[in-house]
Design a binder for this molecule. Sequence first.
Ligand code: ADP
Ligand code: ZN
Length: 657
Amino acid sequence: MDFEDPFMDTTDPFDAGHLPFENPAAASDPTHAEGADPILAVLNDTFGYDAFRGFQRQVIDHVIAGQDALVLMPTGGGKSLCFQIPALIRRGIGIVVSPLIALMQDQVNALLLNGVRAAFINSTQEGFESAEVMRQARNGELDLLYMAPERLTMPGTLDFLSSLPVALFAIDEAHCVSQWGHDFRPDYLGLSVLADRFPGTPRLALTATADAPTRTEIIQRLRMDQAEIYVAGFDRPNIRYRVMPKDRPKEQLERFLSAEHEGDAGIVYCLSRRKVEDTADWLQARGYNALPYHAGLPHAMRQSHQDRFLREEGVIIVATIAFGMGIDKPDVRFVAHLDLPKNLEAYYQETGRAGRDGHPSTAFMTYGYEDVIMLRRWLVESNAEERIKRIENQKLDAILGFCETTSCRRQALLNYFGEEHHDRCENCDACLEPRKTWDGTVAAQKALSCVYRTGQRFGISYLVDVLLGKSTERIIQFNHHTLSTFGIGKEQGASQWRSVFRQLVAAGYLMVDFEGHGGLRLHEKSRDVLRGEREIRFTHDPKTKRKDEKASKVHRQQRAISKETNFEDAGDRDLFEALRELRLKLSQENNVPAFVVFHDATLVDIVKLQPQNLDELSMAHGVGAAKLKRYGNAVIKTVREQNQASHDTENNTENNA
Ligand code: ADP
Ligand code: ZN
């Protein structure tokens, strides 16, 4: 896939003029903070955070000391600070390699707002703009410079960088070097040249893709065998996992949205372009601010939908997997899959786009038997090597197992990624609303035997009709109304039989035969079931709730938990709204997304602190020196005005009483 294309931002030429540089992170000069910890000082003063997360500090120390590092951290874990802070502290300019051209503008703007001297060079710029950036780099006026790999590996660029003091190279999305991965970028292979050209300069490779083969490949291809490897835990405790069998998926989605995520920003993934458009229309008709995104839409439309998703509040993007790589929006509150992703790696990466700010978020999925058929068919028909097909098939089995599991989903996920997680998480549907199981041995025998008697070549609908004893034209044509299994399943309805077949396929007792017409065949291990030597338990599919139950108490409670911005106090609520308006105004003035000005977490903190002066405001999460200077007075003014307003209301109420 060509990353430049879907993410290219041509509308927003680099203009350092509208974001004047401020004090270039004075605290980054260790001499300023005598006695104190200069690295912590940068975190506090420049970024406005109190403490390092996980092993951020270890990586930073290691890189400042001039060593290489490979950093594996889940999306939202905080990789950026691992290279931004060393770049501020080490002498020279930090070079950041990123494949995501359209994001460079936002990343650079966010840094400028924190008073960090950052810029980018890429193909969206006019020649004179890149020339100006190069001039700044030459004059030592930049702390960080972003560019795409194809630009960095050009001989001219390498020569130019050789003439500068380079503080470090940060290679973001480093898994793009892996030829097995679906994000492979040939230009990343050229980055190995840095090992020869800049032997004394520390290099950091960063990625959210954790598996061991990718890790090895990054080290080899970037020639970083001296690198220290830092692997963060991959748990995302703020994400609630919820998976349910398909039963009118669009309605399931609507119930989910209205019960838990009204007004929130989120991503809905579908497999096909048609379904993307269909679902977006359907949501729009129901009053949601939903926009389609897939590779078949005109470039300008994709760009504008992505911008609106980033800049406006509460936009839902309905997309194929073409959307999302590198989407840097911290307040995506849900990711919904209306189709089964092809493996758990893809699922985890896509759901990982929710809740990067650490606040409660949901990963929602509906999956059905049709998905399994479709994915298996793709695999059979693809022209991949047999070995790869076998692996992909196993991965598909793993995600099916995950869907059908009755034990904690987080445990299942983390185990799959090789991490132990001992306790139930109490934040997935399996923990919160355990599904009941039932003894399905006899039902399984009936279903499997029906498959066998009909010749192992029919699909689910046909088999269910035979079990229910329906004399359809086809059944009579094949003479199957005379079989012993005809009508032996009348004790349960069609939907429960479909659930039985789905679970038998998921558990591998039945296989889909793509050489023929997609009928079901028995697996070897089904024999034990038919002989009565193996017991089978099925889960009850959760009952689909009626629409009028949607605002049930449970859901409302869950919603209250999931929204920290549901303030009890009316004054707090008003202040939050006023701050949101202020944020919108400031973001429009600066031409950046609202979250670049302040995260929701910062607004929540301001409501809690009720700061009356700049000193108090500086304690709020995410408010560093530059933002304090730039926005502080406007925030204090808003807090005071709101205090005054609610004071007036109270007085009026008292007078009226
Ligand atoms: P990644 O690149 O790993 O996906 P980011 O570097 O974008 O993650 O960080 C995710 C979010 O967490 C950002 O909003 C960032 O500002 C915030 N963050 C990172 N480190 C810290 C920290 N030590 N304290 C508070 N917030 C942090
Ligand atoms: Zn759980």
